[in-house]
Write a protein that binds this ligand. Structure first.
Ligand SMILES: Cc1cc2nc3c(=O)[nH]c(=O)nc-3n(C[C@H](O)[C@H](O)[C@H](O)COP(=O)(O)O)c2cc1C
Length: 152
C-alpha cells in the first residue's frame, strides 16, 4: 500500500472499498501497518483502529491522481477474479470512452480512504547474535505513551 498521509490524526491510505481488505476492516477495524527496511535490518510496526476518511478529502486525493490511475480505479473490481488480461484491458477502455481526454473523472462510489489512529508502535532494529532491539510504545491516553523494551 502507498502511505498517502500522516499527521497527528494518523496514517492514511486509499483503496477500493469492495476489496478483500475492506471486507476484513468492516468486520474488524483493528489493523497493523509494517514498514520494513531490510537493507538496514530495521522495521516499524504500527497498530491501531481504522476510520474512513471524509469524502471531501477522498475526492481531493482522487482528483490529484494521474488520469490513468483514475481510470484504472474505475476499471478494477479489486480482489475479484478476472477471466483474462484482455478482459481487464477492455474494462479500462470502456471507462476511457466514458471519460474522453479533457473531461473530469469522478471519484468511484466504491473508492475511499482509511485513517489508522495508532495505539501502538514497535521499532525493531536488527543487531548481532540475534539480540535485536525492540522498543514498544503503547498509548496510555490521548497524549501520552508508555515505552517498554521487549526481548527479541
Ligand atoms: C508498491 C505498491 C503500492 C500499492 N499501493 C496500493 C494502494 O495505495 N492502494 C491499494 O488499494 N492497493 C495498493 N497496492 C496493491 C495492494 O498491495 C493489494 O494488492 C490490493 O490493495 C488488494 O488487496 P486485498 O485483496 O487484500 O484487498 C500496492 C501494491 C504495491 C506493490
Amino acid at each position: 500500500m502507498l502511505l498517502k498521509g500522516l499527521d497527528e490524526r494518523g496514517f492514511v491510505f486509499y483503496t477500493n472499498q469492495q476489496s478483500r481488505k475492506a471486507d476484513d476492516l468492516a468486520a474488524n477495524p483493528y489493523c497493523a501497518l509494517v514498514f520494513p527496511w531490510h537493507a538496514m535490518e530495521r522495521q516499524v510496526r504500527v497498530e491501531g483502529v481504522v476510520e474512513k476518511v471524509a469524502s471531501d478529502e477522498v475526492d481531493a486525493y482522487f482528483a490529484s491522481r494521474p488520469r490513468g490511475s483514475q481510470l484504472g480505479a474505475w476499471a478494477s473490481q479489486q480482489s475479484q477474479p478476472v477471466e483474462s488480461r484482455e478482459e481487464l484491458d477492455l474494462q479500462y477502455t470502456s471507462y476511457e470512452r466514458q471519460w474522453p481526454d479533457g473531461t473530469e473523472i469522478s471519484t468511484p462510489y466504491f473508492w475511499g480512504g482509511y485513517r489508522i489512529r495508532p495505539e501502538a508502535f514497535e521499532f525493531w532494529q536488527g543487531r548481532t547474535g540475534r539480540l535485536h532491539d525492540r522498543l514498544a510504545y503503547r498509548r496510555t491516553s490521548s497524549s501520552s505513551w508508555e515505552l517498554v523494551r521487549l526481548q527479541p
